[in-house]
Design a protein around this ligand. Structure first.
Ligand code: SF4
Length: 434
């Protein structure tokens, strides 16, 4: 699961004392020194949550080889209820309503997730969305999406979700069977035929189609992935770097590297994304919104970021698991077992308590949370140190440059070059920080 946004807008009302971190009882694992023991939150004004990731089902019908939830070290899903109960839905919804009212939020997003959220059919997804809508003040606009692997999506399900105002995001690794070879069910059967059917269903239901999440595979040619995805007609594509860190680098990066800047070094992901950017940028009319590129271009032009992959905007996302536990984003599971745990749950704690958790506060501190290397880096306002989870090193924690540091700089400089080349003839060219 990979979605989490940072949305600016600070709350002046909350104190900044950190609550002690908690780990899931099944996985007591020492949290790293930073941020859990040494975070300095003086002067920090927490930013209210605006994105609520609600777990509907804690299991998945697929066993993708790179999955950090089910194939990684964190087995906390084994100890959660398989399905979210009605009581948990109501309590979580009431907490969201309380948070929205306390901070006078006018707009929030809810994302119905798993596991695979449609494993019990669309009923629980629809019920959760209804519960939140009933609990939130009517002057707050709610955008609701379901993130699915698509294998269980039928025309009837799409129709019911669309009728309830929910949009569907699909997780794929490209638009061809070969791109999706790592996505298989527990018996080893490919997920692609069913997922492809889902993509075709959504292509004719634009009102219900949120877009595609695509994890980068260096073994696939970037232009081939790009054009095959265009054939599925998504309104947007989110390209995600495979999760990794300094202890467990992603495929293709040096397993012996240590945090810091080790230049020059190969930049396979930067090269891959730069080739993809050129295919997208050189199209006569950009046929699809690619969020990472929109973000980088906007940041280069001086706008704030709205995604966690780049930029310095505060993270405003929180997770509620099927047992009601308030968690940080799932991608932290790629760092160490129990990393997303806060020790809080919706029955006993308001979301404001989670805002004071050091793991969440650290992701709202912007430049103050960066390593010295990053603060001195010429592209840091655009890069933002990269995705927080990619900065992890055992013991010391998350105050390091991204394990993708060289790749990010390669991509950002490439985009800046293309942007400045394109905009030079304009009468008022935007200034680039590079
Ligand atoms: S490129 Fe990004 S991760 Fe690397 S030093 Fe600069 S800001 Fe930090």
């Amino acid at each position: 699961m990979t979605t989490a946004d940072g949305i600016p807008g600070a709350s002046p009302t909350l104190p900044t004392t950190a609550v002690p971190p908690g780990a899931h009882p099944a996985h007591p694992h020492p949290h790293p020194r930073w941020p859990h023991a040494t975070l300095d939150t003086r002067g920090h004004r927490p930013v209210p949550f605006r994105q609520f990731v609600l777990k509907v089902h804690s299991r998945c019908n697929l066993a993708c080889t790179y999955c950090y939830v089910y194939e990684g070290q964190d087995g906390s899903w084994r100890h959660r209820p398989v399905r979210v109960g009605e009581d948990t839905m109501r309590t979580a919804a009431a907490r969201i309503g309380e948070h929205v009212a306390a901070h006078r939020l006018r707009r929030i997003r809810i994302e119905l997730h798993g596991g695979e959220p449609l494993l019990s059919g669309p009923g629980p997804v629809l019920a959760y969305a209804r519960a939140v809508r009933a609990a939130v003040p009517t002057d707050c606009r709610i955008t609701a999406t379901v993130q699915t692997n698509g294998t269980l999506l039928t025309e009837d399900t799409v129709g019911r979700l669309a009728a309830a105002g929910l949009r569907v995001g699909l997780s794929l690794d490209g638009g061809l069977a070969a791109h999706n070879a790592r996505r298989r069910d527990h018996a080893g059967r490919p997920a692609w035929p069913a997922a492809h059917r889902a993509a075709r269903l959504l292509a004719v239901r634009r009102d219900a189609y949120a877009g595609i999440l695509c994890t980068i595979d260096l073994g696939a040619a970037p232009r081939g992935v790009y054009h095959s995805l265009l054939d599925l007609a998504p309104p947007a594509v989110d390209f995600l770097l495979p999760h990794g860190n300094w202890a467990a680098p992603p495929p293709g990066l040096d397993p012996g590297a240590r945090p810091g800047r080790h230049r020059p070094r190969p930049t396979p992901y930067g090269d891959w994304l730069a080739a993809l950017f050129d295919a997208w940028w050189d199209a006569e009319r950009a046929p699809v919104r690619i969020r990472l590129f929109h973000e980088i271009v906007a940041l280069l032009l001086g706008a704030p970021s709205t995604a966690e992959a780049v930029g310095l905007s505060p993270l405003a996302a929180v997770v509620v698991d099927t047992d009601g536990a308030i968690e940080q984003v799932d991608s932290l599971k790629s760092a160490y077992p129990g990393a997303p745990a806060t020790g809080l749950d919706v029955r006993r704690h308001p979301f404001d308590d989670a805002l004071r958790h050091p793991g969440i506060a650290a992701r709202q501190l912007g430049e103050r949370a960066l390593a010295g290397t990053c603060r001195r880096c010429p592209v840091h306002r655009v890069c933002g140190g990269g995705n927080y989870v990619h900065r992890y090193a055992p013991g010391s924690g998350f105050r390091h440059p991204s394990v993708y540091c060289a790749d990010l700089e390669r991509l950002i400089r490439h985009v800046a070059h293309r942007l400045s080349h394109t905009t030079q003839p304009r009468p008022n060219p935007p200034t680039s920080p590079l």
